[in-house]
Design a protein around this ligand. Structure first.
Ligand code: UP6
Length: 263
């Protein structure tokens, strides 16, 4: 699948949102997602408006905002429509099905009502997917499972990652891909395609002081067969985030073009 275009792969997905995302990437010529880890709503919305033209997915940690109120998802949704991107709340759910269902639907953030995509750790077992699915599927949302992490010493590896893949394969109506570091070897490669969204991307740094590990867009897309590069501090922390976003968009896109032509 890694050698096919995003659009060609869309037919192989059961989840509507995955189809939307794949087509969006080719239409906009971007496989860049920004991790907008800022703590004020003004900064968050400014990043979404400034960087919107260059990204396919705007990734949030909504619970780090100091001044959150319900105008934020409204404004984000309007910007998503204006600039043609999807919103991914990086919630990393990790509880039993019944609890995550409430966390996804209710509370301060009501994530399901505005985030096209969210994600979950498979650690509690498949009930977490079923619980989130009960809320998300009627709203045409999509879920990613964390198969691997970018951080040093992660416990998500080996058999854990392969079992995550199997869990996703049993829930393809809702789960369309992974947060991961490489395309996992599939049991039935001709049958099952998933999207891989990959954090831990920087062209300048190799890591931070708290265990983050970075790789380049080429390593992620070309060598590891991942589909979307997620870039945070390397873009929003730069003096000129727009110029930096363009650089990452181009690097990610060139790696994709090389990958699809090579085959
Ligand atoms: N993230 C990772 N690694 C993972 C999963 N998620 O870094 O395995 C998320 C972080 C952060 C972003 O929560 O929002 O991706 C990375 O930001 P950075 O580019 O500034 O390091």
């Amino acid at each position: 699948f890694a050698s096919q275009t995003y659009t060609a792969r869309a037919a192989g997905f059961a989840n509507d949102l995955a189809v939307q995302l794949l087509k969006l990437m080719d239409r906009k010529k971007t496989n860049l997602s920004i991790a907008a880890d800022v703590t004020s709503k003004a900064e968050l919305l400014q990043l979404a408006d400034l960087l919107g033209p260059y990204i396919c997915v705007f990734k949030t940690h909504i619970d780090i905002l100091d001044d959150y109120d319900s105008s934020v998802p409204e404004a984000l949704t309007a910007l998503a429509e204006k600039h043609d991107f999807l919103i991914f709340e990086d919630r990393k759910f990790a509880d039993i099905g019944s609890t995550v269902k409430a966390q996804y639907q209710s509370g301060v953030y009501k994530i399901a009502s505005w985030a096209h995509i969210t994600n979950a750790h498979p650690i509690p077992g498949e009930g977490i997917v079923h619980g989130l699915k009960e809320v998300g599927l009627p709203l045409k949302r999509g879920l990613l499972l964390l198969a691997e992490m970018s951080s040093k010493g992660t416990l998500a590896q080996g058999k854990y990652s392969m079992d995550t893949l199997a869990m996703a394969a049993r829930n393809r109506d809702f789960v369309f891909g992974f947060i991961g570091q490489r395309r996992l070897p599939l049991d039935e490669p001709e049958k099952e395609d998933f999207l891989y969204l990959t954090p831990g991307v920087s062209m300048a740094q190799s890591g931070d002081s708290l265990g983050q590990q970075y790789r380049s867009p080429e390593q992620v897309v070309l060598e590891s067969g991942c589909d979307v590069i997620i870039v945070g501090r390397a873009i929003y922390g730069a003096a000129d985030p727009v110029a930096e976003a363009k650089k990452y968009q181009e690097a990610g896109w060139n790696a994709y073009l090389q990958r699809t032509r090579r085959a």
